[in-house]
Ligand binder design. Structure first.
Ligand SMILES: *Cc1c(COP(=O)(O)O)cnc(C)c1O
Length: 229
């Protein structure tokens, strides 16, 4: 096994002064590897693919807090609705409505993070500021449609670059946006408090820029055996 329990300990001690939490990103990795981190005390795991998440969840302890961190199509929400704790990459109104609808069927509330596009790279995922504003205005005006989701914060991914100044600036911008969204839409709502930023390569910068939740895969589980994901 290429897993690194020592790195897990080290990351946890780096997170502690910031009160930030670790989402251990286990995509493509076997359940045995997840069990090893579970035995080391890890309870929050993140997955990117719906079928993989559902298969793993069925084989692993029920007290794992599962986070879905990948791009999610509305028609697949139903498969994870019985158990998923937090969905990190919500970037359309339609998806948020569907999550609420499916969560209601199980009398559950699912935490959702709104994904904002902060990187310089072109990708179709994540909202720009205007789309975010529109989504939140609709949400605020139509609360009954969202009775089974809790907008718990925001999520973003920095540009894949070695330029630390650029990464820091992108995280910084998102943290500022988080603050203004909080004061405009969630002033009296303590549940809006998560800023999901930081991965293996940039989590120390993310912590300095206000991360409350880092999503770390390869540093813990070893490199993944495929490209581009
Ligand atoms: C895969 C993935 C991660 C983890 O990436 P590492 O570089 O392996 O730490 C974090 N966030 C998202 C959205 C991912 O898809």
């Amino acid at each position: 096994m290429a897993i690194n329990i020592t790195a897990h300990k080290a990351v946890l001690s780096q997170l502690a002064p910031y009160n930030a939490r670790l989402v251990a990103v286990s995509k493509t990795k076997p359940v045995e590897d997840i069990k090893a981190f579970y035995e080391a005390g890890q309870r929050i795991f993140g997955e990117n693919y719906v079928q993989e998440l559902v298969e793993k969840q069925a084989q692993l302890p029920a007290d794992i807090e599962w986070h879905f961190i990948g791009h999610l199509q509305s028609n697949k929400v139903k498969y994870m609705a019985p158990f998923v704790h937090t969905i990190h990459a919500v970037d359309t109104l339609k998806l948020l409505q569907e999550i609420s609808k499916q969560a209601a069927k199980h009398q559950r509330t699912i935490n959702c993070l709104l994904q904002v596009h902060i990187a310089a790279e072109e990708t179709k995922f994540g909202m720009d500021r205007q789309e975010l504003q529109q989504l939140l205005e609709y949400w605020a005006a139509n609360a009954p449609q969202f009775s089974h989701v809790r907008i718990a914060g925001m999520m973003g991914m920095a540009t894949n670059t070695t330029n630390e100044t650029q990464i820091r600036e992108e995280f910084h911008q998102l943290h500022q946006l988080f603050g203004s969204v909080k004061s405009t839409f969630f002033n009296n709502h303590d549940y809006f408090r998560e800023l999901s930023i930081g991965m293996s390569a940039d989590y120390t910068i993310a912590l300095e820029e206000g991360s409350t939740m880092v999503r770390i895969g390869s540093l813990l589980f070893g490199e993944r055996n495929y490209n581009g994901k």
